[in-house]
Design a protein around this ligand. Structure first.
Ligand SMILES: Cc1ncc(COP(=O)(O)O)c(C=O)c1O
Length: 429
């Protein structure tokens, strides 16, 4: 009730000229998987033809290089302004995974003698976890900070892990599956007190919450354009002035000799354009939070047994990790897909794999619970009407799946009653 009233207030506010509807075409379907990737902003689409006229190489001295060079500089400035850092502290990469690889491997190659210890959280994205495994294979010691079922990171365990041999701590700003937001400023201070560097994976945070890298006090941070309505194939690594990093991609003198390769100007321009929307982020966050709260209030009261994983801990305003007992997440996802709704059962990269989400398992959910979980990620363009339509469909689909399961359980039980074999095999063979 309270949620509905609050939603109405914001729905009214959303119609004010300050927050016009944000348009991103998802071809008539209802897209609620914005943590996997976002659709491309209509404004970005409209600007692409103009950006394409700057096809030259930004490193060229002749006229063809001037347009792209300007676009590159202006975009870098806008991104730096949003992040609260100096433009020269940004290195363009091809996405979040490359930025995470760059941060960890770059520090590993330059860490002082004796600093061979790394700390990451237990719920990092595979691009970070697998890179940490690689560091292990190269002789580094890597520890993981536990994350509790509530979604909170175990700060006591973190402090016990930190030593004066720790080279780098890497903890994500916000989790891609549950949306939990971690206390980065506090954790970076603790790392610095031991002389360690601090990296944060900010891929999910960009465009969903306000933050300033300088205030957070981090040394390194990763971002990706495709989670923020920009084009795919562009990422950013923030490396604070003075932080020593070995290159990941060796090559020409691009990015002040820190990352070789001709810059992806079109994608960079699209990310720069979106980062120019600094003033919109808080309002869009509030818009999503109200819809998310409305969604959670309705599903937890209208679908039996549903809970939100870590609902009470700080979270991104757009993400819900739902636990629907007795309903297989993959079957639910496929049914919803057939009806025109896109959601996810875990990390996008693990979809299609029958294994339950490692993030949820790391938080202490059982395999059965993790397998009955679903992630909903709202976006800037999500409307109240879309959310309500989705809730109605979800109620119907869950009821349908539970009814079929109940039916087949009763058939199996009857089969067992009539089964005379001593092995007690079920009726359906
Ligand atoms: C938290 C987080 N980090 C890193 C990545 C990887 O980013 P990219 O797909 O741009 O390589 C993702 C993508 O899902 C993510 O959610």
């Amino acid at each position: 009730m309270w949620g509905a009233l609050k939603s109405d207030r914001v729905a009214a506010r959303m119609q004010t000229p300050n927050i016009p509807a944000f348009s991103s075409n998802s071809e008539g379907r209802i897209y609620l998987d914005h943590n996997a990737t976002s659709p491309i902003s209509d404004e970005v689409r409209a600007l692409v033809p103009e950006w394409l006229t700057h096809w030259g190489n930004p490193s060229s001295i002749h006229v063809a290089g001037r347009g792209p060079k300007t676009l590159l500089r202006e975009s870098r400035d806008k991104i730096a302004k949003l992040l609260g850092v100096n433009p020269l502290e940004l290195i363009f990469t091809n996405g979040g995974s490359e930025s995470n690889n760059f941060a960890l491997k770059g520090v590993f190659e330059t860490a002082p003698e004796g600093r061979d210890h790394y700390i990451i959280s237990a719920v990092e994205h595979p691009s970070l976890k697998r890179t940490a495994d690689y560091l292990r294979s190269r002789g580094a010691r890597v520890d993981e900070i536990p994350v509790l079922r509530s979604g909170r990171i175990d700060l006591e365990a973190y402090q016990a892990l930190l030593t004066d041999k720790t080279a780098l701590v890497s903890v994500m700003m916000a989790n891609n599956e549950t949306g939990h937001v971690f206390p980065i400023r506090e954790m970076a201070e603790l790392a610095h007190a031991k002389g360690a560097l601090f990296h944060t994976d900010g891929v999910q945070a960009l465009g969903k919450m306000e933050f300033n890298l300088r205030d957070l006090g981090v040394d390194l941070a990763s971002f990706a354009g495709h989670k923020f309505y920009a084009l795919k194939g562009i990422g950013v690594l923030y490396a604070k002035k003075g932080v020593k990093l070995e290159n990941l991609v060796h090559g020409g003198g691009q990015e002040r000799h820190r990352r070789g390769g001709t810059e992806n100007i079109l994608a960079i321009a699209s990310l720069g354009y979106m980062c120019g929307k600094k003033d919109e982020i808080a309002a869009r966050g509030e818009q999503m939070r109200v819809l998310r709260d409305h969604f959670e209030t309705r599903v937890t009261s209208e679908i039996e047994g549903v809970s939100i994983t870590g609902a009470e801990s700080p979270r991104l305003p757009n993400t819900s990790s739902l636990l629907i007992p007795g309903v297989d997440g993959e079957i639910l996802l496929m049914n919803l897909d057939l009806k025109g709704y896109a959601v996810s059962t875990g990390a996008a990269c693990s979809s299609g794999s029958p294994e339950p989400s490692p993030v949820l398992l790391a938080m202490g959910l059982t395999r059965a619970e993790a397998q009955s979980s679903m992630r909903v990620g709202l976006g800037w363009s999500t409307t109240r009407e879309q959310v309500d339509r989705f809730i109605e469909t979800l109620i119907e689909v869950v009821r349908h799946i539970r009814a079929i399961d109940a039916q087949s359980a009763s058939v199996q039980a009857k089969g067992r009653l009539h089964d005379t074999s001593s092995e007690g095999k079920s009726y359906v063979r």
